[in-house]
Design a protein around this ligand. Structure first.
Ligand SMILES: [Zn+2]
Length: 83
């Protein structure tokens, strides 16, 4: 099983079994974030969407949600928005 050093918690952990979402963000999360931290984001995501009134089916809102996700999970810099 391939492991990663999680960008958020710094621990060596197994990867998620599959990308948690379609597209490049899913691949980055799978490559950089451990399952525990992904679970933490899923809880946080609900709070973020409620707080900012973001709707994941609105493309512009989805970009904002991914920005919050990248900050929360401390994903490596240098990404570009592709949607
Ligand atoms: Zn982690």
């Amino acid at each position: 099983m391939s492991e990663l050093t999680c960008t958020r918690c710094g621990r060596d952990q197994p990867r998620l079994d599959q990308p948690p979402m379609a597209g490049p963000w899913g691949l980055r999360v799978q490559a950089e974030v451990c399952p525990d931290c992904w679970k933490a984001w899923q809880a946080e995501q609900t709070l973020v969407m409620n707080h900012y009134g973001l709707k994941p089916f609105v493309p512009a809102d989805r970009v904002r949600i991914y920005e919050h996700m990248a900050r929360f999970l401390k994903l490596s810099a240098g990404h570009q928005e592709s949607e």
